[in-house]
Design a binder for this molecule. Sequence first.
Ligand code: C2E
Ligand code: CA
Ligand code: CA
Length: 754
Amino acid sequence: MMLITRIKIREIILIFALIANSPAYGSNVFMPGNVLFSISIIALTVTFLALAFVLFKYLQQQKKFAQLMLSEQRLKSTVEGSGDTLWDWNIRSGEIIRINDKFNMADAPKGKIFPNQHCIHPQDIPMVERLLREHFAEKTAFFEASYRIRNSLKEWHWVLDKGKVIEKDENLNPVRMTGIVRDISHLKTTEERLNLFAKCVESLSDAIAIYDAQFRLVDLNPSYLTLFGGIREQYLHKPFTLPGYDARYIEELKLALKETEHWQEELKLSNVSNVMLPIEVTIDEIKNNHGQITNYVVVFSDLTERKKAESQLHDLSNRDRTTGLPNRNLFFTNLKKLGQQGTHHALLVFDLDNFKKINDSLGHQLGDSLLAKLAMRLNKLARQQDTFYRLGGDEFALVMSGTNDIHTITKTAKQFLAAIATPFKMASHELVITSSVGIVLFPEDGNTPEILLKNADTAMYHAKQKGNHYLFFNDGMNEQAVKRLQIENLMRYGLKEDHFVVYYQPKMDIKSGTLVGMEALVRFITPKKGIIPPNVFIPIAEETGQIIEIGEVVLDKACRDVKTWIDAGLFDGRVAVNLSAKQFSLPDLTTRIDVILQKNQLPSYFLELEITEGTVMDDPQEAIAIMRSLSARGIHLAMDDFGTGYSSLAYLKQFPLNTLKVDKAFIDDMNSERGRNMVDSIVTIAHNLELHVVAEGVESADQLSYLEALNCQTIQGYYYSKPLSYEEFTLFLRNHHAKKVTRPAFKVVANGND
Ligand code: C2E
Ligand code: CA
Ligand code: CA
């Protein structure tokens, strides 16, 4: 424009000079009074006016130019301040002007298509070219591209380049284009991070759902659809729910979330096909810079696989291999859980009567398959919410969850007993087993699994005494259990403090009325509780195993006492000592007996051992072997309480026995004809087997005369004497020795026993 203005001023001056020097005007053109002069004046005036106009225009133009320069300057500083680069590209010449060339692109060699080409990242060039061509072809109103550019320090920057063609030639080819380049590296890093996060979220195997502040679903990832099924659209904008959980649960969850900003729980959620899945749900709040909640992120982790692996591991340590039932370990864990939750429940405990016998006689393999069959049978009876456990050996437990209804529990107990009692077909055998069930209730009968089990065992123990029965636990049973425990402790103390004393009850020959022997009977004399009768402590001692030690004390003392009587010339018969089943099955029984005999210098000839039917019938073959080795030492063997157990006559023949003791119960029955016949048969059998017969618990003269009539040789009972202490028995021997009286040999009222 300035150029244009300058040209115009020169032209005006030139015209003005031409007119002034024109030959037409001559030298007198300025002469006054002359027409020519008038014309000259007019011409001069016109020229002046024209000159003034031109000057005015020039000044106006100058002002405009200054203003333009100023705004150009302003623009430049604005651009510099913004950090952007302005560019003006002459497309034909390839010339480009840049204001604020931040990336020193001017230093780079110019590209063919685009001046910045050599600075652009090779991967981005095709995209830039395409966008440029599209703009040239007027497909886009603006050229806009974000690409990477390298500065003179060879550092890559992300830029946003925006431009527009501002001039075209007559063929509509772009001639000039201007634009602006902005460094967006910082935005790009953020964007890249966001993309990365988005990609991560997309590819995560956990289902993720994003909700807005009002808990309406904004977005979800593909895993969400994989986990729950369905299509994206059916979830979008819907309020937050957990399938299977009611609105109240969701409200409580939201309240909890408000407090802690984080919520996590393992839930069972159903998918669109109504399959229940174990899912861990985690909810987190997202807040903006002002601390306002903008979103909630909910992560659903499918625990199916983990649960499966866990359960396999769990099974290994919590399941019994034989029956497939959960084991004792799991029993305690689950019972504890129920207790902690305060859930009412019933515990039914039972074991199988005589299972040991089945196991021993038919083999462990058969025993195991019997247990497996039983488990299967009983498991079917359990309700869905009940769990059936094998606690070990032949001991089982049923935990009935969520009930304390006696009717329901009783019904189940009865069903169990009936199912157990139904014969089992095993190989070629048909096995009949019985059981007894002890029942406890939580919380009434105990608040820990240990107490509950102990009380259930106590109830079972009581039920067993009734046989094939079930019993609910009551405190009375516990009193008994406490008593048992007290006795157990007393016995332990008594063994240490020598509170076990031996009494002797004479065995008399009916015909001659002479002493033929005596039975050693233990007495437990405690300083505080006085005498505790054998019927009370012996069964407990048998269960706890203390009977072994007690039995040895009795044998030792009996040998010692008898030795003194023999040495004193008062006695030369046998002392009968009771041998419990526990002692009988000791592998070193004979050695133990040998040691005691030797210690007391008593020949085995003076010893007799009383064994009950139960003891030998557990394993008759083994019993025969043991009995033979005892008998080989010259020790006599007597079958105690004969007729009360289930001896088979076949075995009786094989046992190397010397004596048969007819139980007191038969003697008591002798006032009836039937009773007398019974005793008659027993005595006859014994005689046929060439066994010596002792009648126990003879109290009356009538009984005595009946027995005499039946040819029973030996009598033991209060009729002659109660069991006597060592001192009393010494006295008895002395008197007996002196008198050698006939019946009644000697009547002593014993003090302090029976
Ligand atoms: P048992 O072996 O049958 O002993 C006989 C029991 O009958 C004794 O009771 C005895 O005192 C009692 N008795 C004897 N004559 C009469 C009578 O005319 N009338 C009545 N009513 N009872 C009579 P005790 O001493 O109380 O022993 C009870 C049971 O305890 C014994 O029965 C035996 O099984 C066991 N026992 C006693 N001492 C020992 C022992 O040292 N070792 C073992 N293993 N058991 C023993
Ligand atoms: Ca006995
Ligand atoms: Ca007896």
